[in-house]
Design a protein around this ligand. Structure first.
Ligand code: PLP
Length: 304
């Protein structure tokens, strides 16, 4: 595909540091430290059937990430939310992936002092992004335990959403090399952390467990915990050893990019009978049902 047809295929709307444009025209200045140093933070929310899911929670988490990286914007949380809503409404997309990014910006010519940069806001709405395709969501995913360790939280607080994705990206390559589609990254102590764009849950004897540390605290993960509480299921937030993943009755992943997705094969071996588990399915159903709740959703005011 040449560059022109590549960009023509991009659908969506972007807000680039104060200006609106088609997503196909959106470009970051090459000297922005967000690009040359991964000096950025971001958040991703989704719009489903014309409504944002947990928009306020996403904006609050984005603001916490900015504070963690010593970034600030002259915008309130409401104003950031309004920009995200406008991205969705201008795009016309009823099911959308909406990303908001704050970059450090550009240092004055000839300097590298991050304190001198004006932080910038970029946002865009594009068609919904799924980690797993339709068949994988129906039949379940094949997951491996990556040989690449997740960047440790002592080096980078993984609760701050960041662009340091090379460990995760190498995991994706490794998964494809080993006849799988997703990779779970371990920590140095043999526990597991998360994968590219998702958190992980294991079910054993009706109890859920999910890692406590070394990973991004997903809003989908939070929603799963709330659903489990409503179902009076026990949820343990603690170190989860790779061995426990191998012995689980059910495994699923959680992400804004697709919700709750079953894993039916781990390290080349079937998880129980190799079919998505009943608890996973129940949680998935309740997760999507929550998108209709007025307290958790925000309607997008479309022009048509
Ligand atoms: C590294 C990582 N872990 C976990 C998640 C899941 O977070 P959320 O459920 O808020 O989408 C994401 C983002 O989608 C992510 O990038």
């Amino acid at each position: 595909m040449d560059v022109d047809s590549e960009t023509a295929a991009i659908k969506g709307v972007a807000y680039m540091d104060g200006r609106w444009m088609n997503l196909s025209e959106a470009a970051v200045p090459i000297l922005d430290r967000g690009f040359v140093r991964s000096d950025a933070t971001y958040d991703v929310a989704h719009v489903w059937k014309g409504r944002f899911f947990r928009l306020k929670d996403h904006v609050e988490r984005f603001q916490a990430s900015m504070a963690g990286l010593r970034m600030s914007l002259p915008l309130t949380g409401h104003q950031i939310a309004d920009i995200m809503i406008e991205c969705a409404s201008r795009s016309g997309l009823r099911d959308a992936y909406v990303q908001v990014t704050c970059t450090r910006g550009m240092p004055p010519a000839g300097t590298r002092d991050p304190r001198l940069c004006r932080n910038r806001l970029y946002a865009f709405a594009q068609p919904f992004v799924w980690i797993a395709d339709e068949a994988q969501r129906r039949d379940g995913l094949r997951m491996i335990l990556s040989r690449t360790q997740r960047i440790p939280p002592e080096s980078l607080d993984q609760r701050i959403k960041n662009f340091h994705w090379l460990d995760l990206t190498m995991g994706i390559f490794e998964a494809y090399d080993r006849d799988a589609t997703i990779a779970l990254l371990p920590a140095a102590d043999g526990t597991v952390t998360e994968g590219p764009g998702f958190n992980v849950f294991v079910v054993r004897n009706g109890t859920l467990a999910t890692p406590a540390r070394g990973m991004f605290e997903g809003i989908t993960r939070r929603t799963v915990m709330e659903i489990a509480e409503a179902l009076q299921m026990r949820v343990e937030v603690r170190g989860v050893h790779a061995r426990e993943v191998a012995e689980a009755d059910e495994i699923f992943i959680s992400s804004t990019a697709g919700g709750i997705m079953p894993v039916v094969n781990y390290e080349g071996r079937s998880v129980r009978d190799g079919r998505p588990g009943a608890l996973t399915r129940r949680i998935e159903e309740l997760y999507w049902a929550r998108h209709e709740e007025p307290a958790l959703s925000t309607p997008v005011p479309y022009a048509d």
